[in-house]
Write a protein that binds this ligand. Sequence first.
Ligand code: PXL
Length: 297
Amino acid sequence: MNRHSIPKKIAVINDLSGYGRCSLAVAVPVISALGVQACPVPTAILSNHTGFPSEYKYDFTDHMTPYMEAWEQLKIHFDGILTGYMNYDAQVRATAAFISKFKKDDTVVFVDPAMADHGRLYRGFSMDYVNYVKDRLIKQATVIKPNITEACLLTGYDYNEVVEATGDHTMRRLKSCLINIIGELKELGPTDIVITGVDRGERILNTLADENGVRFISVKKTGHNRPGTGDIFSSIVASSLLLGMSLEHAVRKACDFIAVAIAISEEAGTPVAEGVMFEKVMSRLSATADQAKYIRR
Ligand code: PXL
């Protein structure tokens, strides 16, 4: 029997930002480091992410359909589909069509509804877009990873009230609020949910839910919020799930990796716009135990 198992395959639908360490530029190497085959579907090609003063952008939306049709001709089977930031209804439509075509009974569909943060929709996004994402993508997802702002927008909860619960109110009230939001998100279709980014001062509270119920994971902040960390998070969790890890273990692995990557970036004085120096800590992701037998000592 072949001792080498064939890597799981994941289609990654996201933009390619050439500079600034986000989207496909971080998703592909992180997924590869975990031993999963990353197959990118670009939604747009940018010189750099939009957190810099200017950028060049080439919209790839019109190419997405023929690109995916070429894959359909090849009859490729994906174990996972991971979606990230998109900014047009047309991109959501093309992505939804991709999921409908390639989602099989055993395909894990991981949707990051990246569209808002800190209580506000990103520039250029509207509630129509939120509802579009809800109807087209969330409905087809196995796992979703909204931050707390996105979770509120998707369920109609008032962000300020939830955030208030993080301040003056007790942790118990906050947790019951999060449990209610999880309940509503589950009604939309996904079986597994991770709500990230509830700010608790020195710490960040993540909430996760799967068939074993709701759990909370509180992590220490190790520095600034940096671009690309959401993409790294999704890439680690999605790949780890494909490797058979539990959702809780996958989320802990992602949180630990990002905490270290942020800490070393702070230490090195990396500008926030340049994301995290994940290259320096990448070896933490590889399954080195598996390869140890090939190394001559
Ligand atoms: O995942 C972050 C991201 C992705 N894509 C683009 C971005 C950003 C963050 O700024 O600008 C184009």
